[in-house]
Design a protein around this ligand. Structure first.
Ligand SMILES: [Cu+2]
Length: 316
């Protein structure tokens, strides 16, 4: 996915890489230096040359030296680390905001005009502020090429910002182990020329057009499931993941727990709708409450109907 010049990918690359290279250089210097000194000493002070060990009472000069030099080195590293990190904490006042929402186990990005995507789209050379929202547990948004990473904490308002400097696609993923399908939280950032981005963002038809394209209703239902990350928890082949499989679900009966009472229920449209908007009202026996969050406001009723079309087709 790494299609562009890494040094230009964002405004933070130079600062972070400089700090990294300095630390790497210091480490390599000491690795080689210490190894050489060790080998020399092994030779110089071996037993047949130095049969009698002597007691060394210490040296204030040496003490001062090996306190002073590392102190300076550590402060140099701190300085460059700080210089690379500080600007990340100072987002500009004027910038495009995108809401980045993480949940088990996908990312979604909401733009100022309401457009929603599962890949992040940004214009080149424009500052972008991501408002980080975690709906369930700790996640962490990481874009290695941009050298940015920030934890996403439920209930905490945090931001991340950057100015993309190269067109192309870069990896974006969750880097805080957040449960079974953590590795599914893998998507990308697409950096586009400004005009192309403006045209893209203005085109909200893609959001609406889910319903009236050429594809069959069931295929559109699948698309809704894919886009919302439902498949991280629900399989199509009957295997049990975090939630029940879609297979054989529609029209079947299942035992659910409603207000601590067990009852039999048939999977009809009403039940599916309730499962999506109020998942913890009826909890399917053998599965845990509280894992599926409500998709109220994220999935429309119309989209639930498409999901149902897909479930029906799966039974055929
Ligand atoms: Cu995560």
């Amino acid at each position: 996915m790494y299609t562009a010049d890494p040094q230009q990918a964002s405004n933070f690359v130079a600062g972070v890489d400089l700090a990294f290279m300095i630390m790497l250089a210091v480490s390599i210097f000491f690795l080689i230096g210490l190894t050489v000194v060790m080998l020399v000493f092994i030779r110089k002070y071996r037993k047949d040359k130095h049969p009698k060990a002597i007691q060394n009472e210490g040296s204030n000069k040496l003490e001062a030296l090996w306190t002073g030099i590392p102190l300076v080195l550590v402060l140099v590293m701190f300085y460059f680390g700080w210089m690379g990190w500080r600007p990340m904490k100072n987002p500009p006042d004027e910038a495009m905001h995108v809401k980045a929402i993480a949940r088990m186990w996908n990312f979604r990005f909401e733009y100022e005009n309401g457009k929603i995507t599962d890949t992040l789209y940004v214009p080149i050379n424009e500052p972008v502020i991501l408002d980080l929202v975690a709906l369930d547990v700790l996640h962490s948004l990481y874009i290695p090429a941009f050298r940015v990473k920030e934890d996403m904490v439920p209930g905490q308002e945090k931001v991340m910002w950057f100015i993309p400097g190269t067109e192309g696609e870069f990896d974006l993923f969750c880097t805080e182990y957040c449960g079974l399908e953590h590795s599914y939280m893998f998507t990308g950032v697409k950096v586009m020329p400004k005009e192309e981005f403006d045209a893209w963002i203005a085109d909200t038809s893609a959001v609406v057009a889910v319903v009236d394209s050429e594809t069959s209703l069931a295929d559109q239902g699948w698309e809704v499931l894919r886009r919302n990350g439902c498949n991280a928890c629900h399989s199509v082949d009957g295997s049990k993941l975090v939630g029940p499989s879609y297979l054989g679900g529609w029209g079947g009966t299942r035992t659910v727990v409603t207000d601590r009472e067990e009852r039999e229920i048939t999977m009809d449209a009403e039940y599916v709708l309730r499962s999506v908007f109020d998942p913890n009202a009826d909890v399917v026996q053998g599965f845990n409450k509280g894992l599926m969050l409500s998709y109220e406001g994220m999935v429309t009723e119309q989209e639930v109907e498409l999901i149902i079309e897909y479930l029906k087709k799966l039974n055929e």
